[in-house]
Design a protein around this ligand. Structure first.
Ligand code: ADP
Ligand code: MG
Ligand code: MG
Length: 630
């Protein structure tokens, strides 16, 4: 059953417009600039130019804005969705390549009256994806936490209303059969000889075609790397899984691995992100640092990606897959530069964090020196210089020459293609926006309820960190270890993570291995994050209704950490492996996938207790409070 039948399905059809540059986006963000994209060979010639000027732009921006004070807390979430098409007669599902058609419609209200919309819509990597954010960032009132879920539900409905009856927008981290034959609607065949990715599985048409950014990135990353993308995820070995598991005709596959060879396998996954505005740069640096050790913990708690390319994997998360999907390093660079440009952060930014920077931070001496000479302190200089070890992989000829006093596009070019667990965002030029940090590790959850719970939990954590001056800092190498553990199957229950023994005293620097539940729910004299949040909430004036909502969210997080509720990954795994059609061979068949997509669609009206407990209320979605639009 499809959850929500659209009442607008009789809207005129726009048809699928591939390769056309529709009216879509007058997006102000420089990453969506429309122009003539350069090939890697051309971009390469300008790489040093982009970097030298990008660094200069950061220096100028820093000089202008380092003393900016008094910005208030603002924050907002980003949810990515996949458009799924159901063929009920044959029980098949596919991803519908409709983003380029529906985005202009979804964005019309923003174009007409940008000040009063409930949601903003943006393109994402794939032509079967859309990204939605609240119409305006939320503010510091506890009541704002109480409208997150309703806003997410309204957003989902807005997108749903633009789709035909047999399509549904789902917040799934990955489409389980992504890359299987005929996985798109309309069907397109991969062209390994000529496509931008050269993929055996992922056709170019599945890359968003309404803006040149995405195909350009795909082509240039592959060109820079010198070979196509190579992702190998260990397969989950069931009793009937061939051993070794080898796919015929796929020479590149490592035995017992699921092989993927395109940027789309990673960037075509969905995540959940939260951005915070700090009151000044120093608070932003403190938040950036203290949220970093929480990234692996939140990744384990939000794990939602156990399937890739029609197979059950032995991991629960998408992180390493995305990391591999944009790994533009040449073989000779891989020893010196240890991570992909999509990976966990390498250094802390605050003075307290400095002593925990224990992994090598690679940068060009000249860049670092320029930043120091520009008046940037060593910690921030090393952070920026480290971002700038990456070459630009998307450059428009119109954007080569810029005014470094006014523009920041070269800086943004490198910054926005360093996709890390945390992002430190300076204020954009000529805007009222302050210093921000973005929390980026989480996998998108299947329901608005869970997504809201995760988002509110993180927002509350930032308040607790700042109010009680908590300290989560520990050696960065330990955070990296935690990142690797977080992605393992059932990590939330089976793994232990390095965490500080005393988060209330920054002078006590011991840390030990804890379970996610110990970190979240506490043990012995370690209070647990939830009890700190409860103390904080009790000290605040929170209205009864918001309090009730937040208690449900905290309960979900707490129970999930304890294993009393499933992560999406576990729930998805269990659904597949207990499906009558499952042959214990690690394969997600069309039939299993169809039933699974149907079940996910029905979750809002038929919630599953293993996933959501009995917490999930049936609040009406009709009347989203308009605090946002006022
Ligand atoms: P990205 O750089 O990831 O594309 P955006 O800058 O477009 O992200 O916005 C991401 C999120 O930041 C959205 O949820 C939005 O509501 C929120 N946001 C917008 N303005 C602010 C602000 N001044 N402070 C904090 N968050 C903001
Ligand atoms: Mg996004
Ligand atoms: Mg983002």
């Amino acid at each position: 059953m499809i959850w929500e039948k659209s009442s607008h399905y009789l809207l005129p059809k726009f048809g699928f417009a591939f390769g056309c540059s529709c009216s879509i986006l007058q997006l102000r963000h420089s990453k969506y600039f429309r122009g003539s994209p350069l090939t890697w060979e051309e971009t390469k010639k300008w790489a040093e130019h982009v970097k030298t000027n990008g660094i200069q732009q950061f220096i100028n921006l820093y000089k202008r804005l380092q003393h900016r004070q008094g910005d208030c807390l603002k924050w907002g979430d980003e949810v990515e969705y996949i458009i799924v098409r159901f063929d009920h007669s044959s029980k098949n599902t596919s991803v519908s390549l409709r983003a380029n058609e529906v985005l202009p419609i979804l964005r019309q209200p923003e174009n007409d009256h940008p000040e009063s919309v409930k949601s903003l819509w943006r393109p994402e990597y794939a032509s079967y994806m859309v990204e939605g954010t609240p119409g305006k960032p939320y503010g510091a009132l506890p009541a704002h936490l109480n409208i997150v879920e309703a806003n997410m539900t309204a957003r989902r409905k807005e997108a749903q209303q633009q789709l035909p009856l047999d399509e549904t927008v789902l917040s799934i981290a990955n489409f389980p059969r992504l890359g299987c034959p005929g996985f798109t609607y309309p069907v397109f065949n991969p062209k390994p000889e000529s496509s931008v990715s050269r993929s055996l599985f992922f056709p170019d048409e599945a890359i968003f075609q309404g803006h040149p950014r995405f195909t350009t990135l795909t082509r240039n990353i592959r060109s820079r790397r010198g070979s196509k993308i190579d992702i190998q995820v260990p397969i989950f070995k069931d009793v009937n899984t061939p051993s070794p598991f080898i796919e015929e005709g796929v020479d590149e596959q490592k035995p017992d691995h699921i092989y993927m060879d395109a940027m789309g396998f990673g960037m075509g996954c969905c995540c959940l992100q939260v951005t915070f505005q700090a009151c000044n740069i120093s608070e932003a640096r403190t938040l950036y640092d203290n949220l970093a050790p929480l990234c692996p913990i939140m990744l384990a708690l939000t794990a939602a990606t156990p399937f890739f390319r029609g197979h059950i994997a032995d991991v629960d998360c998408r992180w390493n897959v995305i990391s591999g999907s944009v790994d533009c390093r040449q073989p000779s660079e891989r020893e010196r530069i240890r991570k992909s440009r999509y990976d966990s952060i390498d250094s802390y930014l605050s003075e307290d964090g400095a002593e925990f920077n224990d992994i090598p931070i690679v940068y060009e001496e000249e860049h670092y020196k320029a930043l120091l000479e520009g008046g940037i302190d060593p910690l921030l200089a090393q952070h920026v210089a480290h971002l700038f070890i990456r070459d630009p992989v998307s450059l428009f000829s119109e954007k080569i020459h810029q005014d470094n006093l006014k523009d920041s596009d070269h800086f943004e070019n490198i910054q926005s293609t360093n996709w890390q667990t945390m992002r430190f965002k300076p204020p954009p030029p000529e805007s009222s926006i302050g210093w921000r940090v973005e929390f980026r590790p989480c996998e998108v959850q299947l329901t608005d309820f869970e997504n809201a719970a995760v988002v509110c939990f993180i927002v509350l954590l930032t308040r607790v960190v700042l109010s009680y001056k908590l300290c989560f800092l520990m050696p960065m190498s330990k955070v990296d270890e935690n990142m690797a553990r977080a992605q393992k199957k059932n990590a939330v229950l089976d793994e232990k993570f390095w965490f500080r023994n005393d988060i209330r005293n920054k002078d006590k620097k011991e840390y030990s291995l804890m379970t996610v539940s110990e970190i979240i729910n506490g043990k012995d004299d370690f209070p647990g994050l939830i009890s700190l949040i409860q103390t904080y909430l009790n000290s605040m004036d929170v209205d009864a209704d918001s309090q009730c909502t937040l208690q449900k969210y905290l309960c979900l997080i707490s129970k999930r950490a304890r294993g009393e509720l499933d992560t999406a990954a576990k729930w998805l795994r269990d659904f597949a492996t207990s499906h009558p059609g499952y042959k214990k061979d690690s394969v997600i068949t069309e039939e299993i996938n169809y039933d699974l997509m149907c079940r996910i669609s029905s979750l809002p009206v038929d919630p599953c207790p293993n996933l959501l407990g009995t917490l999930y209320g049936s609040k009406t979605t009709e009347d989203v409070p308009d605090i946002l639009t006022k």
